[in-house]
Design a protein around this ligand. Structure first.
Ligand SMILES: Cc1ncc(C[n+]2csc(CCOP(=O)(O)OP(=O)(O)O)c2C)c(N)n1
Ligand SMILES: [Mg+2]
Length: 559
């Protein structure tokens, strides 16, 4: 957009630049520090979602980055706006998701005086963001925004923070737009691929471990075809279950918190482990115990899009610097002198046995049974979101993800993620069914974004697991300090009434058998909905109870 002088304000250049880079959605909480950008949005065709808290806005943008592989974008105000948003920046960092956050900044001539809400964003986000910068010169907006997109999306993706001083935004400039950024697919070289073929051909019991970002449906399909051709077992890491069709005959299970012990045994006895896309962080590596550091005890291949991640913790027998998408394309061309002789049958049978039926639980609502019902009744392209808490263990274990991008949850273990992620997914895919699972603690960390769902008519269903405790912490407390309950109990609001107060639909479920009807009613309402499940706090994991954990800890203490 140009004025009569044929010039544009820096804010207009910035918004034009977003459109050129393919941005369709922006999430924001407004601030007087970037009014000029809001005004440029006024005449643009971007879909702008105004949120209730910057943490929510940043998580929404992160969720867009997570499923599309292209940077999600949010705008927040200086100082408290930016620090509120830190939540989403941290998730983007740990989950390797592309995100660009713009922060309104004080005017350039007041900087360094600790002006109103002034912060030094390079310092504040220095260790959290992949790049943190500030634009001083309006003529450099195209250059810096372009770099922000390249940086966020390529290599190992991550968050970029760009501070935009308010006086800079209103300056008018004649400047050419930068062209659209391009995602760069780093392809493996022929030498590494032939070495991989040799290693696979020689392996007795190989295992593929999928994680991280930079996947696509195409990449997942190619990997599945390769696994099927050679009967290679495949597992997925913490909260990356959507990278492999879990009903596929080669699916071996979820390598996260509380994994199937048989999966762990199988990985430990593998003579070749191929980690594709992920960092094999603390949770999937079972607190860094699964493989020796730095040199794993088994033949170890690491495929990662970030060169700096290869050899960072594990010194691999073969390192392949490639994006999962490019790597899986190369896999399809792989030539063997000796074809791999995998056997995924037993691994998949172990997975099915572990997940087929819900476990017995105290209380009248068995969440495992609810998840099993959902897995049989949700459409194949439904999207599931959640935050953090023990409740998510039932989703990881009993749901069966089929498609890429179907599971949107923080590998970083950040509470409060589910509702913002569901808002973002419903904005991105209005015609897909979106379900959010939230703990009672987890929900209220960003429950205010339920108002955003109502404001934009986003009818997703939030299932709140109301057990009256910060269950995860209570579980650890009983393990470490049995019987000494402290700061883990919750007195909750009436969640269905909360939903109704916001203009949504709310219902409580006290027995497993009442869930399908409640779900139907939530769907039929056509509104954002909350279904509260009354969960017995004793039902702390699918495998055990609080009383058992306490008793075990007391016995061990007394020994
Ligand atoms: C932002 C954030 N704060 C604190 C924690 C620590 N934490 C992890 S799980 C948890 C309790 C979750 O409680 P709830 O949502 O009720 O789920 P439950 O474990 O009871 O199923 C807490 C406090 C965290 N992971 N993230
Ligand atoms: Mg709870």
């Amino acid at each position: 957009m140009r004025g009569k002088d044929n010039l544009r304000s820096a804010a207009e250049v910035l918004v034009d630049q977003l459109r050129i880079h393919g941005v369709r959605h922006v999430f924001c909480v407004p601030g007087e520090s970037y009014l000029a950008v809001l005004d440029a949005f006024h005449d643009s065709d971007l879909s702008v979602t105004v949120c209730r808290q910057e943490g929510g806005a940043a998580m929404m943008a992160e969720a867009i980055g997570k499923v599309t592989g292209r940077p999600g974008v949010c705008f927040v105000t200086r100082g408290p706006g930016a620090t509120n948003a830190a939540h989403g920046i941290h998730i983007a960092r740990q989950d390797s998701s592309p995100l660009v956050m713009f922060v309104g900044q004080v005017a350039r001539d007041t900087r360094e005086r600790e002006a109103f809400q002034e912060l030094d964003y390079r310092a504040v986000f220095g260790s959290m963001a992949k790049w943190a910068t500030e634009i001083d010169d309006p003529a450099r907006v195209p250059e810096i925004v372009s770099r922000a997109f390249y940086t966020a999306a390529n290599g190992r993706p991550g968050p970029v923070v760009v501070a935009i001083p308010e006086d800079m935004l209103v300056e008018r400039v004649a400047v050419a737009d930068a062209p659209p950024f391009t995602p760069i697919e780093t392809s493996p070289g022929p030498t590494e691929m032939s070495r991989l073929a040799e290693m696979l051909g020689a392996a007795r019991a190989p295992m593929m471990v999928l994680g991280g970002s930079r996947w696509s449906q195409e990449a997942c399909d190619r990997l599945a075809r390769f696994a099927e051709k050679y009967a290679l077992p495949v597992c997925t890491t913490f909260r990356r279950g959507h990278l492999f069709d879990q009903t596929h005959l080669c699916y071996a299970g979820d390598l996260g918190i509380g994994p199937n012990p048989k999966l762990l045994e199988r990985i430990k006895s593998s003579d070749l482990v191929i980690v594709i896309g992920g960092r094999l962080g603390e949770l999937p590596s079972q607190h860094y115990t699964l493989f020796d550091i730095p040199r794993p005890q088994t033949q170890f291949v690491h495929v990662h899009p970030g060169a700096e991640e290869l050899g960072r913790i594990y010194s691999p027998h073969l390192a392949i610097h490639a994006t999962p998408t490019a790597f899986t394309a190369a896999l399809e061309q792989l030539k063997f002198t000796r074809a791999p002789a995998g056997d995924a049958k037993a691994a998949h049978a172990d997975y099915l046995a572990w997940t087929e039926k819900p476990t017995e639980q105290p209380g009248r609502v068995n969440f495992g049974a609810v998840v099993v019902w959902l897995r049989g009744n949700l459409p194949a392209d439904a999207i599931l979101c959640n935050g953090a808490g023990n409740f998510s263990a039932w989703v990881h274990r009993f749901f069966r993800f089929r498609r890429y991008g179907q599971f949107v949850a923080p590998a970083s273990g950040s509470m409060g993620y589910g509702v913002p992620a569901a808002v973002a997914m419903k904005r991105l895919y209005p015609n897909r069914q979106v379900i959010c699972f939230a703990g009672d603690g987890d929900f209220l960390m960003n429950g205010q974004e339920f108002a955003t769902a109502v404001q934009y008519d986003l009818p997703f269903i939030t299932i709140i697991l109301d057990n009256g405790i910060y269950g995860t912490i209570r579980m650890h407390q009983e393990r470490e300090y049995p019987g000494r309950i402290f700061a883990t109990e919750l007195r909750n609001p009436d969640f269905p009434a909360y939903a109704r107060a916001f203009g949504g639909f709310g219902i409580s479920v006290e027995r497993t058998e009442d869930f399908p009807a409640a779900f139907g009613a939530a769907q039929a309402s056509g509104k954002p909905a909350i279904i509260r499940l009354v969960i017995d706090p004793e039902a702390i994991t699918p495998a055990t109870t609080l009383a058992k954990i306490r008793a075990k800890a007391l016995t061990e203490k007394n020994q």
